[in-house]
Write a protein that binds this ligand. Structure first.
Ligand SMILES: *Cc1c(COP(=O)(O)O)cnc(C)c1O
Length: 388
């Protein structure tokens, strides 16, 4: 469905022009939503679980950006599950210490059932990953990682994994193909939770894979047909509508995220700022452990207290509120997903939240202490991760 001239354009343009219907008189400019469980016989699609023009339009946009062939799934986790289904029974999978909870849970479940051996490693250390990849079938990366914002060297790890005979998979949800193209860096498979930045409006669940080889594509497509984790046409339409504006949303949210990371790193009530220098998500760690972080989250007004990320709305949450979150994640870590609101409004609300929680903390530690009395206290463990 991509216009034949599309490949010459930059990604920002392809986001807008790929996946449109052929420009014939009276054809709609944009791909409409196709509600169909079945089709007249004699064509390629045949049945609603096998194909849908709205899926194909979304897939052509994402595939074009990632430099491969994309498939849409019912959710990000359905896409991850399809990819993990390619691991032979009993094989070794290398996984990060922190990554999306659902992926780690799926791996743990497989291991508990004796169907896989999972080696969790520090993926910021390519030598450790190389060692773990020896004899493995798959190396799973998430970069930047949720919620620690750690970065993996995708090129180095993909090279090493290939030499060891393992497939490299990269969850590219946080970066999007506008900031990082794992297939070009040597990875075999990209997975997305299109629920997040690609759709961008917190109203859709959708997943996707992208690969460059025909064999992998066929395996994933067969899995989708056979196991049925197909997306709804309306959801895919909303994702297609959303991805059209990914360029402008990302540009603005990223600029705000970088500015906030910079300002937060100088804030007396922030111990650690984790921002890799790109993207729209950052994490902070605050004094006072879980209670300190809960107070900050409760005091925010403009920032919405919710999980998920990548919407036009700025959101925040303390990740360890989820019992399944990795214990390597600090109790006080708050993940911030930056949206497209005014940067100064966002900053004022964050400052307010950080200050009011600090007032609570001072009141607790010494009822006679006033805000001014403790005003210039500095937290000497303050560190700033990442080059903003
Ligand atoms: C949300 C998320 C997923 C899971 O996607 P769903 O669409 O919620 O199923 C996978 N990986 C990452 C990095 C995510 O943020």
């Amino acid at each position: 469905m991509a216009p034949s001239h599309a490949a010459q354009f930059s990604p920002q343009t392809r986001l807008v022009v790929d996946g449109r219907p052929e420009p014939e008189p009276d054809a709609p400019l944009n791909t409409p939503v196709t509600f169909a469980s079945t089709y007249h016989a004699g064509g390629e699609r045949g049945y609603g679980r096998y194909g849908n023009t709205t899926w194909e339009a979304f897939e052509s946009v994402l595939g074009g950006l990632e430099g491969g062939t994309a498939l849409a799934f019912a959710s990000g986790l359905a896409a991850c599950s399809a990819v993990l289904s390619m691991v032979p029974e009993g094989a070794v999978v290398v996984a990060p210490q922190t990554a999306y909870l659902g992926v780690l849970d799926q791996l743990r479940e497989r291991q508990a059932a004796g169907r896989a051996t999972v080696r969790q490693v520090d993926m910021t250390d390519p030598a450790a990953v190389r060692k773990a990849a020896d004899g493995a079938a798959m190396v799973w990366l998430e970069s930047p990682a949720n919620p620690t914002m750690e970065i993996a060297d995708i090129r180095q790890i993909s090279d090493d994994a290939r030499a060891a005979g393992a497939l490299t998979v990269v969850d590219n949800t946080f970066a999007t193909p506008l900031l990082q193209r794992p297939l070009q860096l040597g990875a075999d498979v990209v997975v997305h939770s299109a629920t997040k930045l690609l759709s961008g409006h917190s109203d859709v669940l959708l997943g996707a894979t992208a690969v460059s080889g025909d064999v992998l594509f066929a395996a994933l497509e067969r899995h989708r047909k056979l196991h049925g984790a197909v997306p709804g046409p309306m959801d895919t339409f909303l994702a297609l509508r959303g991805i059209r504006t990914l360029g402008v949303r990302l540009e603005r949210a990223q600029a705000t995220a970088a500015e906030l990371a910079d300002r937060l790193s100088g804030h007396r009530n922030v111990r650690v700022v984790r921002y890799p220098g790109f993207g729209t998500v950052l994490s902070i760690e605050v004094p006072g452990g879980a209670a300190g972080a809960d107070a900050v989250v409760a005091a925010a007004r403009l920032w919405v207290h919710t999980t998920s990320l990548g919407g036009v709305e700025s959101t925040l949450e303390r990740r360890r509120r989820w019992p399944a979150e990795s214990t390597t994640v600090d109790e006080s870590l708050i993940r911030l997903s930056v949206g497209i609101e005014d940067a100064e409004d966002l900053w004022r609300d964050l400052q307010h939240a950080l200050e009011s929680s600090r007032r609570d903390e001072l009141r607790l530690s010494n009822p006679l202490d006033t805000l001014d009395g403790g005003g210039d206290r500095r937290f000497d463990e303050a560190r700033h991760h990442g080059a903003v």
